[in-house]
Design a protein around this ligand. Structure first.
Ligand SMILES: Cc1ncc(COP(=O)(O)O)c(C=O)c1O
Length: 398
């Protein structure tokens, strides 16, 4: 019998992590100090980027990316509807328009062929008032809408990198910025290259369910020094690096990462390989036990994924089994699980604002209907995985 309850996720903290945070508490510097600098350097080094800029969430990092890409009100950014809501929200913060394209049915990542098609069509129609099939209904009905395509915002869903080469090719062809949402994918590799370093900038997130945590927090990585300086300014109320105290060059934000979080991040980052290996082991236990169950489909790993960074373990529930019924049965058995993701375009706020409807992105909607995230963390035991799998098998069979 398993040790119940099994949590949905759990941070993996050691005595060293706790000591690192404690040590900061014995200093007078709890923000803007040596920890963030060290964490930024170590994070940039870990992924092979020139610069790291710590921020207080992944969402904040994405927002700053959209600003750096100079997305003006009404301008367009191609992104995926199969993601956590903040990847699209970060575009809305600048009054930009997310242009969704559907995803690859195998991986759930944005479909590069659709990115190419949409970018081509939108560039051709730039400045015109013609209807364009890629635009959300509400924008298509606005005669005066700006239709400038500015950026691509791919998301590495579940810790698996998108097929980036064709996406980067689209960006080169049309001179678009690429903001990589690598919030779920620290340490992942695409054809041997690190997720987060393939576009103009990438963002990692460190919420407690992530591969490594800072409590709340995020890290932007980039090879562009001007962008790194801009991010440092924007996260700190618009102060430029050379600005005197209380001199603000631009509209900025308080997106700073405090020293306690940075110290925890630095300590966790030292164990990143170990944390990823432990998660890979838990994922392997799951896959081994579920792969031959006909009513459950495990995640397909693309050949271009040379290193998966397991963030969540998501399965697809196949008919006649019903995802929501399986979720309910698991709950009764003491096993938490979550639908993941709920498509962004079907969120009430997006339906109201842009006129999205069911049927607009069929692959995303199918995945939204059948996907179920199971309990997952690096501290899960084989016994717990056994229990969850046993309950999953029972739940799909009714
Ligand atoms: C794909 C994706 N993008 C963005 C975020 C936002 O990160 P945060 O919660 O740190 O703001 C998350 C976090 O779960 C995410 O999964």
């Amino acid at each position: 019998m398993s040790k119940l309850p099994i949590p949905m996720s759990s941070p993996d903290l050691t005595a060293d992590d706790i000591a690192a945070v404690n040590a900061v508490l014995h200093t007078p510097v709890l923000s803007i100090g040596p920890q963030i600098k060290a964490f930024e350097q170590a994070a940039a080094e870990a992924v092979g980027a020139k610069f790291g800029v710590g921020v207080n969430s992944g969402t904040a990092g994405l927002h700053l990316g959209v600003i750096a890409a100079d997305v003006q009100p009404g301008e367009l950014v191609i992104t995926t509807p199969f993601s956590f809501i903040s990847s699209a929200n970060s575009i809305l913060y600048e009054r930009g328009v997310p242009v969704f394209v559907d995803v690859d049915p195998q991986t759930g990542n944005i479909d590069p062929a659709l990115v190419a098609e949409a970018a081509h069509d939108l560039m051709q129609d730039a400045g015109s008032e013609m209807q364009n099939r890629w635009l959300p209904r509400s924008i298509n009905n606005q005669k005066s809408a700006l239709r400038n395509l500015k950026a691509l915002l791919p998301v590495h869903a579940f810790g698996q990198p998108c097929d980036m080469d064709p996406i980067l090719e689209v960006a080169r062809t049309h001179q678009l910025s690429v903001i990589e949402d690598a919030c779920e994918a620290i340490g992942a590799e695409y054809k041997g290259r690190k997720a987060g370093t393939l576009g103009d900038m990438g963002v990692f997130a460190f919420y407690p369910n992530k591969q490594m945590t800072t409590g709340e927090g995020g890290m932007i990585v980039t090879n562009d020094e001007a962008w790194a300086n801009l991010f440092r300014s924007l996260r700190n109320q618009g102060r430029d690096v050379f600005d005197a105290w209380l001199n603000h060059s631009r509209l900025g934000y308080n997106y700073r990462l405090d020293e306690l979080s940075a110290a925890l991040g630095l300590s966790q980052l030292k164990r990143l390989d170990e944390l990823l290996a432990k998660r890979a082991q838990v994922a392997a236990w799951y896959t081994e036990r579920l792969k031959d169950e006909e009513l459950i489909e495990v995640l397909h790993l693309a050949a271009s994924t040379t290193r998966m960074s397991w963030f969540v373990y998501v399965v697809r529930i196949k008919p006649p089994a019903q995802r929501d019924e399986v979720l309910r049965r698991l709950q009764i058995a003491g096993v938490p699980s979550r639908p993941y993701f709920t498509p962004i375009h079907l969120q009430p706020f997006y339906r109201d604002k842009f006129g999205y409807q069911r049927g607009d992105f069929p692959v995303t909607e199918y995945l939204g209907d059948v996907s179920l995230a199971l309990p997952f963390s690096s501290v899960m035991t084989e016994e717990q995985v056994n229990y969850v799998c046993q309950q999953c098998r029972a739940a799909v069979r009714g």
